[in-house]
Ligand binder design. Structure first.
Ligand code: GLN
Length: 309
């Protein structure tokens, strides 16, 4: 861990000096208020050693990183039947794009673009009250992070509920094709709240550990999902986790990763580590700019890209 510790501290120092920080998300007013200079990183290896630096204990809005956890939960409920509702191909378009939905009869390209994630949340909601579904999502994330203190930032949820017109459009469009089962406002209520879950890099890296270790949390030896499912979730993160920036992320970082507009990225080095970075400035595709830069430096220095050194 010594080497990892050193690299993590080096990277945090380097990121502090960078002036290219990207733009914080403005379309959710509450997110526009975050400190653009924040940067945190946490790496947890197979033995549970944690290397962390910067603002690694400051919670931020996980936003679309939540889609990894809701996908895991929904696969547990619906199994492969889930793929009737949502595809597994990269979209090559923005996270909130509507264009493909018309061509593809309301079936979203993948579970990580907004439309796909809304369809996944709708599946979790079926047969439950929104409060129960949200409770299930939050309990699952707390269990994965092994931390009961993870909560929802109600101000962020309310802010998106007031301004999330694109998501309302996506959900109504899917509803018209029969892809959503529940009333649109209930599904979106759960979706906006899952996106508003606040976690620190340390908590997020903890929650991702099962994906780095064949579906198991190596500290508790608890199985979260079968190895095959963990592998497939990683594959989806690699191909679709950064929207239209997924190719660039694979090229530069070489790890499965999932970003969120709060500036977080969860990245998985299979067999080695679960990694979370957070920096709120985004690039043009809506992915954390310094988060990606930091992960690129990390995988390069440690030789962790799955494509080779
Ligand atoms: N809550 C955000 C939205 O629906 C999540 C988007 C993201 O993180 N890319 O727009």
């Amino acid at each position: 861990m010594h080497n990892i510790d050193l690299v993590v501290r080096e990277i945090a120092d380097e990121m502090r000096l960078r002036t290219d920080r990207g733009e914080v998300a403005h379309y959710i007013p509450e997110l526009a208020r975050v400190d653009p200079n924040a940067f945190g990183i946490a790496v947890i290896d197979a033995d549970g050693n944690i290397a962390a630096a910067g603002d690694s204990d400051t919670p931020f809005s996980i936003q679309s990183v939540s889609k990894v956890f809701t996908l895991t939960l929904a696969l547990g409920k619906a199994g492969d039947w889930l793929w009737q509702r949502v595809g597994r191909e990269p979209s090559g378009s923005a996270f909130n794009s509507i264009v493909q939905l018309e061509y593809e009869k309301g079936i979203p390209r993948n579970p990580f673009i907004n439309a796909g994630a809304i369809a996944v949340t709708d599946l979790i909601l079926s047969g439950h009250q929104p409060r129960e579904a949200l409770g299930e999502i939050l309990r699952f994330i707390r269990f994965l992070a092994d931390d009961q203190s993870v909560t929802i930032d109600e101000a962020v949820a309310a802010s998106e509920q007031r301004t999330g017109f694109r998501n309302v459009a996506l959900a109504n469009y899917m509803k018209s094709f029969g892809v959503l089962e529940n009333p649109v406002d209930l599904t979106l209520g759960v979706y906006f709240h899952q996106c508003a879950i606040a976690m620190s890099c340390r908590q997020l890296a903890m929650a991702g550990r099962f994906l780095a270790h064949n579906g198991r949390n190596p500290s508790t030896d608890m199985s979260v999902v079968q190895p095959e499912r963990a592998r497939r979730i990683n594959a989806l993160m690699m191909t679709c986790g950064h929207y239209d920036g997924s190719g660039e992320f694979a090229y530069r970082v070489g790890l499965p990763g999932k970003s969120g507009v709060g500036g977080g990225i969860l990245a998985i080095a299979p067999g080695k580590a679960s990694i979370a970075v957070g920096s709120p400035g985004l690039d043009a595709a809506g992915n954390s700019h310094l988060g990606r830069v930091a992960l690129e430096a990390l995988t390069k220095r440690l030789g962790w890209s799955i494509f080779g050194v």
